[in-house]
Design a protein around this ligand. Structure first.
Ligand SMILES: NC(=O)c1ccc[n+]([C@@H]2O[C@H](COP(=O)([O-])OP(=O)(O)OC[C@H]3O[C@@H](n4cnc5c(N)ncnc54)[C@H](OP(=O)(O)O)[C@@H]3O)[C@@H](O)[C@H]2O)c1
Length: 270
């Protein structure tokens, strides 16, 4: 019998994971079950991916050994308490809910032996370009972590870390896309301020960022090396960099990541 995988919650993130899992060939469409209360959403998922869907999660708990929890954090406790009697040690629970610590799950289902993996993905996972950090509770084996890694590798890159780092991950890669979008917006506005038509500024900005990242990845060089190559003596780039340094650009980025990390710690405690 082939292994089946379930996903509770067929929203944005649930769909991205299903798409990645199917595209990577990890599971056959018939071995994927999604439980989702919204009938229209179920019809859409079934028609788009040819997967099995269910209104409630009973079938999923009965048939699947791996269950991804992709519902909003606010409803996680009630959903788990409802399912408590069906959750067994054979189930590997993989949660993507932001901010809920590993001990929350064992407490909700009153089990000291449950296997729970917590993953912090980010929004580019929606286009299979995410960055996910993965940690597991003390019942999770190396093979369990490998399974989670293979699933999240289907929607981007993965790192396995101790749970104590998850707040920093939230501050860096979790919130990171928002920092990047802000930078992109500012660069476009700057181009417009200097006289470029907005569509021209948008097109140049996007390709500049995309190209710079690819150059970093493909050259393998440190960012400082590539930056110094662009900044010729007495040139335009060093004049621009001087303004960024005077305004404390790097310090501001560090402060932003630190503030988001602190906020994540605080939310986790409450
Ligand atoms: N989106 C991101 O970029 C991102 C990044 C990191 C982590 N996350 C985490 O991923 C999780 C899902 O986020 P999302 O953006 O995918 O949210 P979403 O689009 O709202 O998806 C959640 C889905 O779960 C469904 N649902 C609600 N109660 C359910 C139940 N009892 N059983 C089965 N399904 C149920 C919802 O249906 P209804 O709409 O009908 O209630 C909805 O379709 C969240 O915990 C979030 O913290 C998301």
């Amino acid at each position: 019998m082939t292994e089946k995988i379930g996903c509770i919650g067929g929203g944005q993130m649930g769909e991205a994971l299903i798409r990645g899992i199917i595209q990577s060939g990890l599971y056959q469409t018939g071995d994927i079950i999604v439980s989702e209360p919204d009938a229209k959403r179920r019809d859409y998922l079934k028609a788009t991916y040819a997967i099995r869907t269910a209104e409630d999660s009973l079938t999923l708990w009965q048939e699947c050994d791996i269950v991804i929890l992709a519902v909003k954090p606010q409803i996680m406790a009630s959903m788990l308490r409802e399912a408590r009697l069906h959750i067994q040690d054979r189930h590997l629970l993989i949660t993507i809910a932001a901010g809920l610590p590993l001990h929350f799950y064992s407490e909700c289902i009153s089990s000291e032996t449950c296997r729970v993996i917590r993953v912090m993905p980010n929004t580019p996972a929606l286009i299979l370009q995410g960055a996910s950090a993965i940690c597991g509770n003390h019942n999770v084996s190396a093979a369990d972590l490998e399974k989670a890694q293979s699933i999240f590798s289907a929607v981007g890159t993965t790192v396995v870390l101790d749970e104590s780092y998850l707040d920093a991950v939230t501050g860096l890669s979790g919130s990171g896309p928002a920092y990047v979008f802000t930078f992109v917006e500012a660069l476009i506005d700057a181009g417009v301020k200097c006289g470029l038509a907005r569509p021209v500024a948008e097109s140049l900005t996007l390709q500049t960022i995309l190209g710079s990242i690819k150059l970093l990845q493909e050259s393998g060089e440190h960012p400082a090396v590539l930056r110094s190559r662009v900044a010729s003596p007495g040139g335009t780039t060093i004049a621009g960099l001087h303004v960024l340094e005077k305004a404390g650009f790097r310090g501001i980025i560090m402060d932003a990541v630190e503030a988001a990390t602190d906020r994540s710690k605080m939310l986790g405690k409450s």
